[in-house]
Design a protein around this ligand. Structure first.
Ligand code: HEC
Length: 208
C-alpha cells in the first residue's frame, strides 16, 4: 500500500511537471499529445493559394457539376439539355449536319490531337464494352448478348452504311440512343460526344 501512495504522488508530480496546471500560461507551445484535426491543409474562403497555378484559392465547380437539390431536369449547360443549335443537337436546318461544330474551338493540329485523345478515352469508357475497342461490334457485352439473346445484336460501326452517317446523326445516337441502344446524353458531356464522333471517324478510317 505504501508503494501505491508513493507511486501515485510520483505520478501526480510527473503529470503536473510535464503538463502544468490547467489555465497556466506558457511562453512555448504546449505539448500536443492528441493533435486531432487542429492543423489541416486547407484553403480558407476568399484567400489566395499557391497550390493552384492561377493562385486563386476559391475554385469553380468541376465541369459538369450538377447542383445538389437541383430541380429534376435541370442540368448544367455542358450536358446541353434543352438547348438547340448544331453543337447541342447535331442538326442544321432540320437535317443532320456534318463536320465539327465551331464551339469545339479546333484550330490547330494539336487541338485535333487533343480532341481525338479525349474521344479515345471516352469511347473506351462508354462504347467499347458493346461496340468493341476497334468499333467492330464485338465488345464484351456483345459477346455475351449473342449467347443469351441473339436477336439484340450490337452492330459494327465500321461497315459501309455507318461510315456514311453524318456526324450530327452519330452525335444524336450518342445523346438519345437508338432502338436497343440507350442514350448517353445524361452522363457524357456535349464536348465529349463530339470527341467520340471524331474518334469514331478515325476508327472508320483506320479500318479501311
Ligand atoms: C449496351 C451496349 C451499347 C453501348 C454501351 C453502346 N451502344 Fe451503340 N448500339 C448498341 C446497339 C444494340 C445498337 C443497335 C441499335 C438498334 O438499331 O436497335 C447500337 C447502335 C449504334 C449505332 C448505329 C445506329 C444506326 O442507326 O445504325 C451507333 C453509331 C452507335 N451505336 C454508337 C455508339 C457510341 C458512340 C457509343 C458510346 C457512347 C455506343 N454506341 C454505346 C449497343 C450499345
Amino acid at each position: 500500500m505504501k508503494y501505491f501512495f508513493l507511486s501515485l504522488i510520483a505520478l501526480s508530480v510527473l503529470v503536473v511537471g510535464v503538463f502544468g496546471f490547467r489555465g497556466d500560461k506558457f511562453s512555448s507551445p504546449p505539448l500536443w499529445v492528441f493533435p486531432d484535426m487542429d492543423e489541416q491543409d486547407k484553403v480558407k474562403a476568399q484567400t489566395a493559394s499557391p497550390f493552384f497555378e492561377d493562385g486563386i484559392g476559391a475554385r469553380k465547380p468541376v465541369l459538369g457539376t450538377v447542383p445538389r437539390g437541383a430541380e429534376p431536369g435541370v442540368m448544367p449547360i455542358e450536358f446541353g439539355t434543352g438547348r438547340s443549335g448544331y453543337y447541342f443537337d447535331g442538326a442544321v436546318e432540320g437535317t443532320y449536319g456534318n463536320g465539327l461544330p465551331e464551339e469545339l474551338g479546333i484550330k490547330t493540329e494539336a487541338d485535333m490531337t487533343g480532341l481525338l485523345g479525349r474521344g479515345e478515352d471516352v469511347y473506351n469508357v462508354h462504347c467499347a464494352i458493346c461496340h468493341g475497342k476497334s468499333g467492330n461490334g464485338m465488345g464484351v457485352v456483345a459477346t455475351y448478348l449473342a449467347k443469351s439473346d441473339p436477336i439484340i445484336a450490337v452492330p459494327t460501326l465500321l461497315d459501309k452504311t455507318r461510315d456514311k452517317f453524318p456526324d450530327g446523326y452519330i452525335y444524336n445516337v450518342i445523346t438519345n440512343g437508338k432502338g436497343n441502344m440507350g442514350g448517353y446524353g445524361h452522363n457524357v458531356l456535349v464536348r465529349d460526344r463530339w470527341a467520340i464522333v471524331s474518334y469514331l471517324r478515325a476508327l472508320q478510317a483506320a479500318a479501311k
